[in-house]
Design a protein around this ligand. Structure first.
Ligand code: CP
Length: 327
């Protein structure tokens, strides 16, 4: 296996399967150690810079807490409190930060901008860059989702995951969560059905890459425009909203399109189409009452809090590997 030290984590697509398996193995160990009260100061005196162009609850706090638990320190940064707000370049910003610390993590979700910012940072940084969500990918979320699925099913069981669009016309969410799911899960033996109304298609190159990943792994990747198809006989469903961003970037038009499909909501009727022991997952924040009913999100299939907790464990494993805490 190739070393992961100093390796950027911008998309799982750039990581070999055995490297991702090593992250998941370490995440399982770190979770067990935390449960047992065993300290694991793998990153003593190391610093992570976390630059948030967008708001966050889980990502910020799981990275910051993770660095503390690993014996290091995380610095929370927002552009409005930095010289970026006066026009300082990404290049100068990241050159300086990476000369002080040991990794730089970034959340920038603006469509057609976010991933380019991360790539520019990668070009000029002397430390690894971590994607805390961009317009294209949310790799930490997908990895935590895979860990959660594995915790709930016997190894070797062939699983169907339904990733379904839901209607939540309060704001336009990025494509990064469904895109990272359809890229990652087929590589790990999971069949994926992706369902959305036609205007909500994902970026074509990502859908095409997901199909290639599935073909290489011998799994199925299927796209439907019927909501129920993601649920029928599914072992896991991840229904969530995203914007029609490939179709239009006009916010008013986007919200009106999202509002056009109010029946795309995850309710008990839809969950009844899934297997008896199926999982309901959501990366959160969830829009209760619009994306999903309380009966489902608080119901017996839901593992949302386990899923959110696993962000901490997979990210600690990632930090330990890329910042030199383990070889
Ligand atoms: N799932 C997720 O990334 O949550 P936050 O937006 O709260 O970080």
């Amino acid at each position: 296996m190739k070393s992961m030290r100093n390796k950027d984590f911008i998309t799982t697509q750039e990581w070999d399967k055995d490297q991702l398996e090593a992250l998941l193995d370490l995440a399982v160990s770190l979770k067990a150690e935390r449960r047992a009260g065993t300290l694991h100061p793998l990153l003593l005196f190391k610093t992570l810079y976390m630059l948030f162009f967008f708001s966050s609850t889980r990502t910020r706090n799981s990275f910051e807490t993770g660095m503390t638990q690993l014996g290091g320190h995380a610095v929370f940064l927002t552009p409005d409190k930095m010289q970026l707000s006066h026009g300082e370049s990404i290049k100068d910003t990241v050159r300086v930060l990476s000369s002080y610390g040991d990794a730089v993590a970034v959340r920038q979700c603006d469509y057609s901008v976010g991933n380019k910012v991360l790539r520019e940072m990668s070009q000029y940084s002397s430390a690894p860059i971590i994607n805390m969500q961009c317009d294209v990918y949310h790799p930490c979320q997908a990895l935590a989702d895979l860990m959660t699925i594995r915790e709930n099913f016997e190894p070797g069981r062939r699983l169907k995951l339904g990733v379904a669009w839901t209607s939540a016309p309060n704001y336009v969410r990025p494509l990064s969560v469904p895109q990272s799911l359809i890229l990652l899960m087929p590589r790990f033996g999971i069949d994926v059905t992706l369902a959305y109304p036609a205007e909500f298609r994902l970026q074509p190159e990502i859908e095409e890459q997901a199909a290639r990943n599935a073909a290489a792994a011998g799994t199925d990747f299927y796209i439907s425009h019927r909501f129920e198809e993601a649920f029928e006989n599914a072992d896991v469903v991840i229904p969530k909203s995203w914007g029609p961003l490939f179709f239009t970037q006009d916010e008013k038009k986007s919200l009106s399109l999202i509002d056009r499909y109010p029946s795309w909501v995850c309710d008990e009727k839809r969950m009844a189409l899934t297997k008896d022991d199926s999982l309901y997952m959501h990366p959160l924040p969830a829009d209760r009452g619009r994306e999903v009913t309380d009966a489902v999100i608080d119901g017996p299939h839901s593992v949302i809090y386990q899923q959110a907790e696993n962000r901490l464990h997979v990210q600690k494993a990632l930090l330990a590997h890329i910042m030199g805490g383990v070889e």
